[in-house]
Design a protein. Structure first.
Ligand SMILES: [Mg+2]
Length: 173
């Protein structure tokens, strides 16, 4: 039996938003002021990239504890292969690896896919998932989930947009 491949988005699934900042405000900032559409704006200005880098500093991104625990448990079980597929842009690469290290996740994932070519996140994720063909992908962006569902037939997309509890052990059987 092959191992079950499970891919996770990072922000909003494993890493939480900065405390005290409403999700709507972050989406307004990151998604070109239209949170229901697939319009992601790449921050062209140095200052905006710097603000984003600071906002992704690991202390400002607490883990989503129950998912972190679940992932660590799965990592011990050997029947899963775990991946991260994150739309984070290239200028967040070092912040991302620092975050994973600080949360004890630097050896958990078989591969961490980051959007290093700064593509539109939904196209980047579609491309990676088509190639990787995981059994499951978990994301928290409703518009992106709808897009991926229409494009990917081999992968079950799980919706974490309302932070509904999900148990990997039960749902994935
Ligand atoms: Mg996300």
């Amino acid at each position: 039996m092959g191992k079950m491949k499970i891919a996770f988005d990072l922000d909003g699934v494993i890493a939480n938003k900065p405390p005290l900042v409403p999700k709507e405000l972050l989406e307004w900032f990151f998604k070109g002021h239209n949170s229901s559409a697939l319009s992601y704006r790449f921050p062209r200005y140095r200052l905006e990239q710097l603000i984003r880098k600071l906002s992704h500093f690991y202390l400002l991104r607490p883990p989503i504890k129950e998912n972190l625990a679940l992932i660590k448990e799965m990592a011990c079980q050997k029947k899963y292969e775990l991946f991260i597929v994150s739309g984070r842009y290239s200028f967040l690469e070092s912040e991302t690896y620092l975050w994973l290290k600080k949360r004890g996740l630097d050896k958990t994932f078989k591969k961490v896919y980051l959007n290093l070519q700064d593509e539109p996140p939904h196209l980047f994720k579609e491309k990676v998932l088509k190639d990787l063909k995981p059994d499951f992908f978990i994301d928290d962006d409703a518009a992106l989930i709808a897009y991926l569902k229409s494009k990917l037939k081999k992968t079950k997309i799980l919706d974490y947009s309302h932070q509904k509890k999900f148990s990997l052990g039960i749902d994935f059987k």
